[in-house]
Structure formats: C-alpha cells, structure tokens
Design a protein around this ligand. Structure first.
Ligand code: PLP
Length: 422
C-alpha cells in the first residue's frame, strides 16, 4: 500500500502540457564533452549505441532483449574445454553484454560491473596498494570518504581532501606517493564543478590516474574519458538504471590491463552484479537518452522556478548563469541535468517543506524516473558531522532534488505548495 501522503494526492496525468517556454538555454552543443561532436571513427550516435551495443538479438532465438542467464555454473565439454564460461562469479553472458554496453557509452575499452556503486569504487581501489596516496574532492558522496577513511586507510592507503573546483589545489596536493586523483563533478549536494581537462593535464604530467565519478551527469551529458579521465565510475543505481529498482556499480577502463585487473578482482573478491540486475541496467540504458533529455528540460524549469521563489534563499544548479562555474558547465557538459540543491534557511524550514511534498518522494538516492527530494545534512552527509559539513558549506536548511520525468507542471506545483508551508 502506498504511504498516506501519496494516497491523498490526486493529479491529472492526462494533461501532458509542459510549461511552454524553456527557462534558459541548454549548454553549447559544441562543448568538449558533447555527444554531438563527430566521433573519430564514425561510431553510431549515443542513443543507437545505448540500444544496440551489447544488446544484439539473442543468437539462438532472436529475442530482442538480452536473456537473463540465471545460472551459477556451466556444463563443460571435457577437461579444460568449455564454451568460454566456467563459473558465474568469473563470468556471465548477461554481465558481459552490460559491460560491453557501458564501455561503449563512456568511450572506454571495457568495463567491469559490481554489486553497487560502492563495491565498484572499492574494487577500483584494490588496484592500488598500501602506502599509495590519493588526492580527492572534499565534497564527495558521503559513502566514499567513509570507505576511504574508515576501511582503506586501515590498509595503509592515504587520502588528502581538497577543493578540486580549482585544479591548482589538486596540483599542490600531489605528492611523490600519489597514484590517483578522485573527482566527482558536479559535486553532491553543492553542485561545484571540477575542470576535467585542467585536472587531467596535471595528472598526465605527474603520472597519476584521474578517476571520475560520472554518476550525476551520466555519459549522456558528460564524457570524462574524452576529457582525459583514466577511469570512470558510476553508481548504476542512479541514472543508468533510471528506475530505482536495483543497485549496481561500474568501473569503465581506458586500458585493457585495467579491465584485466578488475576482472581478476571480480573473480577473486566476488562483489559482482547479478544477471538480473545487469538486465535491469541493460533495460534502463535503452531509454537513457530520452530520459536525460527530459530530466534536463525539467531540471532547468524547476531551477528557474526555485530561483524566483521568495522563500528560497539560494539555488545550486550549474545551468544558472549566476553559478560560479556556469561557463565551465557549458564547456564540459552537454546538458545541465536534473540535480538541484536549494537553501530553505533552517532545519525547521527544510522539515516543514519536506513533510508537505506529495508528487516528490522524500528519500535518499537520485536519478530515477520519479522526483526524489532529500535532506543532505541528515541523510547523505550525516556521517560527515556538523563541523565537516560546515567546512564545505552544507547547511541544515539545504534540500536536494533529483528532478524526475513526471509532468513538470506537477513537480513545480508540488514544490510551490510545499514551500507555501514556510
Ligand atoms: C555520486 C555517487 N557515487 C557513488 C554512490 C554509491 O553508489 P551505491 O549506492 O550504488 O553504492 C552514490 C550513492 O548515492 C553516489 O551518489
């Protein structure tokens, strides 16, 4: 049964009219990260790759969707002879298809999928060793510093957190033992950007890997490999799956030896993505392009609405011309996306409005078809502590919204009535 607040809400889903004029324009289509740039080897377009790469019809039956190979093992023909599959922790045909697909979308040579975004990031870190130093953003998804500080530091890895929105901070923090720079752009929930071209230049000079978490933008709006990243990670739980019905994570590789090493980690450590969840992501990415277009269109309209609302004190969205890195956003991304944070002024204001939402669902996570609204200070960034949050500018009154693809007029009307409680 639906929670009470949903039961009492009624909406006219017949009316599909959007607010007629887009609030402000999309970024420059010529931007560096854009899927619209002609590809060197004339690859099919993004949406075509999403639907067809790794998603070829089943050879045996012609089924247009990839079968879910629900098997733990495979019959072998004789000792040392098999059809390329021995045991499902090591490999699975559904997983192979997804790994091929996601590599094609990010422009990598291969990818490896894991049981969650955190499992993917943890697997990635096993490519480094005790004594290695990592320079990372100071406003990462809260689970990442938790893994770094409370698990991996115990195995001798060292981490330095800097504001990566200035590439010079990254350069200054790199030491002799630095092996990796780890960046999320835009950040959660402050929506600060890191200049991937500038950081990758520093990394190249210093012979350090640049790892980019591309979860917020998805490969549809941002292509870190084209901008110089060595490895790209995602929580596939978010936009790639897009339907809030499965956890998952991926590491996209730019070198075959990275994929080989991570394939070994899948086999040795076993935190692989199940065939069913692989299938969910394969299903999800088929509509990634159209979903992202709608997320972006509605995101810009919601951001515009929030900037004009008298109870909203500040809006954090890279598509707003007054965002301090607006020009970088236009250069680096081909859309502004659906992630917006805004300031309500106090914990009590945030609570009052969050209790009132009806179309927006209050909860953690992002990137689903439904609009999700959350409170970073008590949810995603609670573990960071008050001091840690204050240092980077996360306030108790901050609310984060992942704009879904419901009718945007309903999302805006819902926010309007919820903000009316303040
Ligand atoms: C940017 C980002 N990276 C990684 C993760 C971790 O992903 P998962 O929850 O799938 O483990 C999250 C989760 O919210 C995230 O927002």
């Amino acid at each position: 049964m639906l929670p009470k607040r949903h039961r009492t809400y009624s909406t006219n889903f017949e009316d599909t009219t959007l607010v007629p004029v887009l609030a402000f324009p999309r970024p420059n289509a010529e931007c560096l990260g854009s899927k619209r740039l002609p590809t060197k080897n004339n690859l099919p377009g993004f949406a075509t790759r999403a639907i067809h790469v790794g998603q070829e019809p089943d050879l045996e039956t012609g089924a247009v969707t990839v079968p879910i190979y629900a098997t733990s093992t495979y019959v072998q023909q004789e000792l040392g002879k098999n059809k390329g599959y021995e045991y499902a922790r090591v490999s699975n045909p559904t997983r192979d298809r997804l790994e091929k697909n996601l590599a094609a979308l990010e422009g990598g040579v291969a990818s490896r999928v894991f049981a969650s975004g955190m499992a993917a990031i943890n697997a990635l870190c096993t490519m480094y060793k005790s004594g290695d130093h990592v320079v990372c953003g100071n406003n990462l998804y809260g689970g990442v510093p938790r893994l770094f500080n409370q698990v991996l530091a115990g195995y001798g890895m060292q981490f330095t957190y800097v504001d990566t929105s200035d590439a010079r901070n990254v350069e200054r923090a790199i030491q002799k033992k630095t092996r990796m720079v780890y960046v999320e752009t835009p950040t959660n929930p402050l929506m600060a950007l890191s200049d991937l071209v500038a950081i990758s230049k520093v990394c190249r000079q210093k012979k350090v890997d640049l790892v980019v978490d591309n979860t917020f933008m998805s490969p549809y709006f941002q292509q870190p490999v084209a901008l110089g990243a060595d490895l790209v990670v995602h929580s596939t739980t978010k936009f790639l799956n897009g339907h809030s019905d499965g956890l998952g994570g991926v590491v996209v590789c730019t070198k075959p030896e990275q994929a080989e090493q991570l394939g070994f980690v899948q086999k040795a450590a076993g935190a692989i993505l199940s065939p069913f969840e692989c299938w969910l992501v394969l299903r999800g990415v088929k509509t990634l392009a159209v979903r992202m277009e709608q997320h972006d269109r509605s995101g810009r309209l919601v951001a515009d609405f929030l900037t004009q609302h008298k109870k909203v004190k500040k809006v954090f969205y890279p598509g707003l011309p007054d965002h301090p890195q607006y020009e970088l956003a236009r250069r680096q991304m081909s859309g502004f996306g659906a992630m917006i944070s805004f300031e309500t002024g106090s914990l009590s204001n945030a609570n009052k409005m969050l209790r009132k939402v009806r179309v927006c669902s209050m909860g953690e996570s992002l990137g689903g078809v439904e609009t999700l609204i959350s409170h970073p200070a008590t949810m995603t960034h609670a573990a960071q502590g008050e001091k840690g949050r204050r240092e980077i500018g996360i306030t108790d009154g901050m609310v984060r919204i992942s704009v879904g693809i419901e009718n945007v007029k309903d999302i805006i009307a819902d926010l309007e009535q919820a903000l009316g409680a303040l």
